[in-house]
Design a protein around this ligand. Structure first.
Ligand SMILES: [Zn+2]
Length: 475
């Protein structure tokens, strides 16, 4: 030991006060939480630099008013939209009630090329989106939100996407949706996003299909424009497949080929309600094993355990090769896999607001998030389909901090994990972490100096979820 070091050690022994800054550092946030009003805490969390959002679906992330604006603006690309506002009882038998998109579902939105080929009786059920009156417009916007007590999982899975209809089949509109999302995430202090952005199922305004590779070209051109670059976000995309469909294996093969050949895609995900047994994880093991003989550059993050019943799906999903688990709710019922994941290389993408809105929990006292966090299972917060919950990433942090009494170290850990487990090259991950640490350090110094009073301005978006549940909005 050289002299200098010995002197320092001596000082540390003699003056234990020297290590105090650590505990002071922990205390300041406890004081902050106690002293801040709900509004100040929410504003603090809005201004707080964050890491990434590793789990969100681009279509589900669009707020209703964005969809409306973008749908009307799409006219400049030749796309005109109609939506179903009434029923003329045009069909004789059963109204195809059990089709994916049943005849009687209101606010199905279709493009002009599809409207034109409907029988006259049905054409009359639709109105140009641009001609909705205020009542119809408000109902149209609410039709993509879980805004009523009686709405939940079924409304979300079986009607929201079906109503969006052709709006999700326009690659130019998709580009504008990406811009709005990036801007909103950047405003909340995020520096990385990894959305699930499908490249499949698009069509031209005349109804001609567009291949996924052509969609990727359109998206790359949009991503290269100055307004998206100005957000400063680093991004990678995932391609998701619907896991319970009869041809899901084929879709998985197509997704692998597509992701392997198209930047900025890096990963494949599997989505769809997990209470449909047809999409169980081990179904895909043979397909993935075959794909791994061919492809060397496709990562896997897979939804698993987003279900009420206990089962082995998270264990099985790790066997599929997933590096990250979406939701992971029923991991809590699988002791062996929980032990395996403690301090391990696999991360669970936590979506607190989604889980409540889709009725996996009726309140947060049942949620396993704090158990995972505090026994060392890597976790990060994400927004899933925030457009449909009408919420933000700030709100996810607000829920986490207030429901589970997070420490400042835990708040930072969540953001650090969202960068450490991102599907980016090591050097990029390193740079993102450096950026985050520098920003959060500066923010912390400012917050400690100002206290809650420094967060009395009110420019954080306060959307319906947080207003309804936490009473932090003006009456
Ligand atoms: Zn999801």
């Amino acid at each position: 030991m050289n002299i200098k070091l010995r002197v320092v050690s001596l000082l540390l022994i003699m003056l234990p006060g020297l290590v105090l800054p650590v505990s002071v550092s922990a205390d300041w946030f406890e004081d902050f939480k106690t002293e801040a009003t709900n509004e100040q805490l929410h504003q603090f969390l809005y201004e707080m630099p964050k890491g990434g959002d590793l789990h969100h679906h681009m279509s589900g992330s669009g707020f209703s008013e964005w969809w409306f604006d973008l749908a009307l603006a799409a006219k400049s690309d030749g796309y005109v939209y109609y939506t179903k506002v009434k029923l003329n009882n045009c069909r004789d038998y059963g109204w195809q009630s059990f089709k994916t998109t049943p005849y009687h579902l209101m606010f199905q939105t279709i493009q002009e090329s599809a409207w034109k080929v409907l029988p006259e009786c049905e054409r009359d059920e639709y109105l140009l989106l641009s001609e909705l009156n205020e009542v119809q417009k408000s109902a149209w916007m609410n039709s993509f939100r879980l805004d009523k007590d009686y709405e939940g999982r079924h409304e979300f899975f079986e009607t929201h996407w079906q109503r969006l209809g052709d709006l999700v089949a326009n690659p130019y509109l998709r580009g504008e949706l990406i811009l709005r999302n990036f801007q909103a995430f950047a405003d909340e202090g995020l520096i990385y996003v990894e959305p699930q952005v499908t490249a499949f199922g698009y069509k031209q305004s005349d109804g001609t299909p567009i291949s996924p590779d052509d969609v990727a070209v359109i998206l790359r051109e949009r991503l290269a424009k100055a307004d998206i670059k100005a957000t400063g976000l680093t991004y990678r995309f995932q391609q998701a497949i619907l896991r319970f469909l009869p041809n899901a294996e084929q879709a998985l093969e197509e997704a692998y080929r597509f992701v392997s050949e198209n930047e900025p895609y890096v990963a494949v995900n599997m989505v769809g309600r997990e209470d449909d047994d047809k999409g169980h994880p081990l179904r895909f093991l043979p397909t993935l094993r075959a794909l791994r003989h061919e492809y060397n550059n496709v990562r896997l993050s897979i939804h698993a355990g987003e279900v009420d019943e206990p089962n082995d799906h998270i264990r099985d999903t790790l066997l599929l090769g997933a590096d990250r688990i979406g939701h992971g709710l029923n991991l809590i019922t699988d002791a062996d896999t929980m032990r395996l994941m403690r301090h391990g290389p696999y991360m669970v993408e936590i979506n607190l607001i989604s889980n409540l809105m889709l009725e996996y929990y009726s309140d947060y006292s049942q949620h396993p998030f704090p158990e995972y966090l505090r026994i060392g299972i890597p976790v990060a917060l994400s927004t899933d389909d925030r457009g449909m919950w009408d919420s933000t990433m700030t709100d996810e942090f607000y829920v986490a901090v207030t429901e589970f009494n997070l420490s400042w170290e835990e708040v930072k850990l969540l953001s650090e994990n969202s960068l450490k487990y991102a599907f980016v090259e090591e050097s990029v991950s390193h740079d993102l972490l450096e950026t985050y640490r520098s920003r959060i350090g500066k923010f912390e110094r400012k917050a400690r100096k100002s206290g809650p009073a420094g967060f009395s301005q009110q420019n954080a978006p306060r959307r319906a979820f947080i207003c309804r549940r936490y009473e932090i909005c003006e009456p």
